[in-house]
Design a protein around this ligand. Structure first.
Ligand SMILES: [Fe+2]
Length: 333
């Protein structure tokens, strides 16, 4: 594969991953998970919707929970653009590309544009939101994992190279990528706009589906505290993978499934990646997935993900061999 070169003058200016909109079957149970356990803060709520933000966020919401009218799905992946002009340019870009693009009204957001990428991932772009106080030094609001902010999304997609090409053309920069050993065909790409390793990540798999959204937490202590708290609050079995450490990005992590199975990653610091001479880092899959001191993820982590609202997913490859915990245990015991 020839990786598309970076685009430093993109058609419109995306600044960062912004917010996720999830449909959930039991709003109270989901609120208990994200507020009482994870520690997000309620910005506003009504009978059918809860708007949440992290402790370091002044924008109104980074997670919106909506009472599901059908199955639990991810409704939208939210991206911020810098200015209203960027929104106009985004509308023109998607229309000219023959992709869906429509203005919508969304509470607590400025003018909002709904678009879809070529595989149907439903994106929501806005330039402004209502603001709220930043609670970073209001310590009586800190609890659970003390999440600071939303950082990135990871999606399954059937064609990682195509996704990489599309988002690089929008100005996203490739920070790291994983290929099967000895090949240059990416199985996973990490793409960023905000100057750390990723805003959107695409992994090969049946899709489009949302694998996870990720929240930054402040200290390694909080990984263990939030897992202990999960035990006390009845969410022990929601802890799916970790705490552990990633190869790409080198962050500590823990993945949890919310009451509907939507996956959230809690992770700590990332490095900076913004200078023009920064080159993407390629990983052989065997090295990227090498488990130094930790066990592999269970099969669910490799295969399960949230469908997008009214978007059909491709089929998974039944012959794909995945480095899952279940196989590892059979081979080593
Ligand atoms: Fe992640």
């Amino acid at each position: 594969m020839t990786i598309h070169p970076p685009v430093y003058d993109p058609p419109f200016n995306v600044t960062r991953a912004s917010h996720a909109v999830l449909a959930v079957r039991d709003l109270a149970a989901s609120k208990a998970f994200y507020v009482d356990l994870i520690g997000l803060v309620v910005s506003d709520e009504d009978e059918d919707t809860v708007y949440l933000r992290g402790l370091a966020e002044v924008c109104h919401h980074s997670l919106v929970l909506k009472r599901a009218t059908g199955t639990s799905v991810c409704e939208r992946v939210g991206l911020r653009v810098f200015t209203e002009d960027d929104l106009e340019r985004a509308k023109s870009y998607f229309v000219e590309a023959g992709l869906p693009a429509a203005w919508v009204d969304v509470p607590y957001q400025g003018r909002t544009l709904h678009v879809s990428d070529p595989v149907g991932t439903p994106l929501e772009l806005c330039a402004t939101m209502t603001t709220k106080p930043r609670l970073l030094t209001q310590f009586d609001a800190h609890h659970g994992a003390c999440p600071h902010r939303l950082d990135h999304f990871q999606m399954f997609t059937p064609d990682v190279a195509a996704a990489s090409d599309f988002y690089i053309r929008l100005g996203f920069r490739l920070s790291e990528y994983i290929c099967p050993d000895g090949t240059d065909e990416p199985a996973m790409v990490f793409l960023q706009r905000k100057g750390n390793p990723h805003d959107v990540v695409f992994a090969r798999g049946a899709g489009p589906r949302l694998h996870h959204f990720a929240l930054v937490i402040p200290e390694s202590y909080h990984f263990f505290f939030v897992c202990d708290l999960a035990e006390n609050l009845g969410f022990a079995t929601n802890v799916e993978f970790g705490p552990g450490r990633h190869g790409p990005g080198n962050a500590l992590f823990v993945y949890m499934r919310d009451p509907d199975g939507h996956r959230v990653e809690l992770f700590n610091t990332h490095y900076q990646m913004m200078d023009i001479e920064d080159e993407p880092l390629r990983w052989d899959a065997s090295r990227a997935g090498k488990r130094r001191w930790q066990l592999p993820a269970r099969r669910s982590w490799f295969t399960e993900a949230s469908p997008f609202l009214d978007v059909e997913s491709s089929e998974s490859d039944p012959n794909e061999v995945l480095p899952v915990l279940e196989t590892y245990l059979l081979a080593t015991h």
